[in-house]
Design a protein around this ligand. Structure first.
Ligand SMILES: CCCCC/C=C\C/C=C\C/C=C\C/C=C\CCCC(=O)SCCNC(=O)CCNC(=O)[C@H](O)C(C)(C)COP(=O)(O)OP(=O)(O)OC[C@H]1O[C@@H](n2cnc3c(N)ncnc32)[C@H](O)[C@@H]1OP(=O)(O)O
Length: 210
């Protein structure tokens, strides 16, 4: 049982657009924080300013992140998602689109914040991106579910700082279980990561009669 509240407030397009810009600026701040060459004194001064800005934002707060009012895509309304959420500064974000062929596709570039081995993407970050893409493929297939298994095969290092492609598709449904697979591909067209997953629709989400 989660300790977090379920209910979500809704953002109109104007609020969503402004908060999206805020998240983008905070993302830049995070990137700057890990590569800054500023001295200790300046770092302490900036920390005090950031603390004041946080207090300004937290002065009025909701119990949980919002949903956007508009959005036709699978995840458009879940703006705080850690992979695709435009309002989440921790999200790269990865823009995932779904085609009529049921394939979920996205292009994204990851910077220093996502580093694992020097100059390469952290394996857990690639797993997170693929979990999201495969999960969306399950939704697009009409069979959403919770990730039950996620199997990763890291074929070669995934580079930072260059465009990456992710693709995912649902392959098979067996009762409440849906199987999906996907890849991350580098700029040279070679697959760096393969993943397969099994999602299970929780019993309380199964439509009556199934
Ligand atoms: C994601 C929402 C799901 C709800 C759908 C609703 C709306 C969706 C809308 C939008 C979502 C949009 C996009 C999705 C994007 C991203 C995806 C990210 C998803 C996540 O980030 S999600 C977090 C990580 N995920 C968990 O936090 C799961 C924790 N877990 C559980 O919530 C339960 O564990 C559950 C529900 C998985 C199963 O529970 P259950 O009670 O329904 O299962 P039960 O025991 O009845 O087993 C039935 C049959 O599944 C087999 N089985 C069960 N569990 C297995 C396992 N792990 N591995 C292999 N086989 C397993 C049994 O062996 C049996 O097999 P058999 O029938 O052959 O005997």
């Amino acid at each position: 049982m989660s300790a977090m509240p379920m209910e979500r407030h809704e953002l109109d397009d104007e609020e969503a657009a402004a908060l999206e810009v805020l998240a983008a600026r905070i993302r830049e701040l995070c990137e700057a924080a890990v590569v800054t060459g500023t001295g200790a004194g300046e770092a302490a001064a900036v920390a005090a300013e950031v603390e004041a800005l946080t207090a300004r934002l937290a002065g009025r707060r909701h119990p949980a992140p919002p949903y956007a009012v508009s959005g036709n895509g699978v995840m458009d309304r879940a703006t705080a998602n850690p992979v695709t959420g435009a309002l989440n500064p921790l999200a790269p974000p990865v823009r995932l689109t779904t085609g009529p062929d049921g394939v979920v596709r996205g292009e994204y570039t990851l910077g220093h914040l996502y580093e694992g081995p020097p100059t390469y993407v952290h394996g857990g970050v690639s797993a997170m991106v693929l979990d999201q893409a495969l999960g969306m493929a399950a939704v697009v297939n009409g069979t959403p579910g919770m990730t039950a298994t996620l199997d990763m095969r890291y074929r070669r290092p995934t580079p930072l700082g260059v465009p990456l492609s992710v693709e995912a598709k649902a392959n098979r449904v067996d009762g409440r279980k849906v199987y999906a697979s996907g890849t991350i591909t580098g700029r040279d067209g070679r697959v760096t990561v393969e993943a397969s997953a099994m999602f299970i629709m929780p019993t309380h989400f199964v439509p009556a009669g199934n």
